[in-house]
Ligand binder design. Structure first.
Ligand SMILES: Cc1cc2nc3c(=O)[nH]c(=O)nc-3n(C[C@H](O)[C@H](O)[C@H](O)COP(=O)(O)O)c2cc1C
Length: 310
């Protein structure tokens, strides 16, 4: 077993966290990641209702044997923090507060008994979340699926590891035991994986999202804001999202079109147009496999690779 701060703190057996993917990671995916030995997080998006969260929490606990965690986007709480209250009502073990300054919320999460972990994209972000009192950080690299920063996972991981006493996880491009082994060998306590799980049948979302991911290679993604604009998602400008290239990005990415034009042209029902957020690890996802198998395989391969050095 690979034992790190993460496995000890969360009482898990594989140092992997299932990414909180808004619109894709609900209770079934989170529960299966947890049942396999990691900790699966439910992605709580701005548009999720308290009822939906309750349903997802129930299924994550049932499948995962009691463990529960959620991921929130910090900037969206600054307008309306009711989603935080809805999440804490379920007494999660972990809450991730990413993309923004978590300072106003950390005490509340700690008071509810949960560990706070923040995804960060720069050393400046590290200083902000350290000052806020988080328990661990995730160095999230540019390769990651969904919203992310602009520095690659490896350079960011190295500079974060050299700059903090906090436990450090990595995210972005990790989809095999080789990736997890690299992170742990470098001094990280584990990895947060998203794209690796996105072809699994337990994900939420349209069938075309799983099919398109399987057809994609690692060069078939783009870092863009066109889907945020088209879907009226008011993300701060410093974070764009990594998605699979499709005819919508080929037509509109980099053209400077205004929000209304993009919204008028967008339809989520069309597989050539609808967004499929996914990272550069897309080429490592080759079949629709149960999430538990993906997690167990990554853990076993990492353990085997690291075992060579004992
Ligand atoms: C479809 C999708 C949705 C995401 N939604 C969220 C989110 O709601 N909150 C969050 O903190 N991160 C979100 N992320 C980012 C992930 O937490 C994580 O950083 C990323 O998936 C890691 O990189 P990887 O995809 O290469 O494994 C999302 C990622 C994807 C692929």
């Amino acid at each position: 077993m690979l034992e790190t701060w993460l496995t000890r703190e969360l009482g898990i057996t594989i140092p992997l966290v299932g990414a909180p993917m808004g619109g894709r990671a609900g209770g079934s995916l989170a529960g299966e990641v947890t049942r396999a030995g990691g900790l699966g997080l439910i992605g709580a998006a701005r548009y999720n209702t308290a009822e939906w969260l309750e349903e997802q929490a129930r299924s994550a606990r049932e499948i995962g044997g009691g463990h529960l965690g959620f991921g929130l986007m910090t900037w969206s709480l600054d307008d309306d923090d009711s989603l935080l209250g809805a999440v804490l009502a379920h007494h999660p073990q972990v809450v991730t507060l990413s993309f923004g300054d978590p300072a106003p919320y950390v005490k509340r999460v700690h008071a509810a008994g949960a560990v706070v972990i923040s995804q960060i994209n720069t050393l400046e972000d590290l200083r902000v979340v350290e000052a806020a009192g988080v328990d661990a950080v995730v160095a999230q690299g540019h390769e990651a699926g969904g919203h992310t920063g602009r520095i690659g996972t490896l350079p960011l991981l190295q500079e974060v590891l050299e700059s903090t006493e906090l436990p450090v996880l990595a995210a972005g491009g990790i989809a095999s035991g080789r990736g997890l082994a690299a992170v742990v060998a470098a001094g990280g306590v584990g990895a947060l994986v998203g794209t690796a799980l996105l072809a699994s049948p337990e994900t939420v979302g349209p069938d075309y999202a799983r099919e398109r991911l399987l057809a994609a290679g690692s060069a078939d993604t783009v870092y863009t804001d066109v889907f945020d604009k088209a879907r009226h998602q008011p993300w701060p400008a410093r974070w764009c999202g990594r998605a699979l290239v499709n005819s919508f990005t080929e037509t509109w990415h980099g053209r400077g079109a205004d929000e209304q034009t993009l919204a008028d042209e967008y339809t989520a029902d069309d597989p050539d147009i609808g967004v499929v957020y996914a990272g550069e690890a897309a080429g490592l996802v080759r079949s629709q496999r149960p999430a538990g198998d993906v997690i167990r395989d990554i853990g076993a391969q990492a353990e085997q690779l690291l075992g060579r050095f004992h």
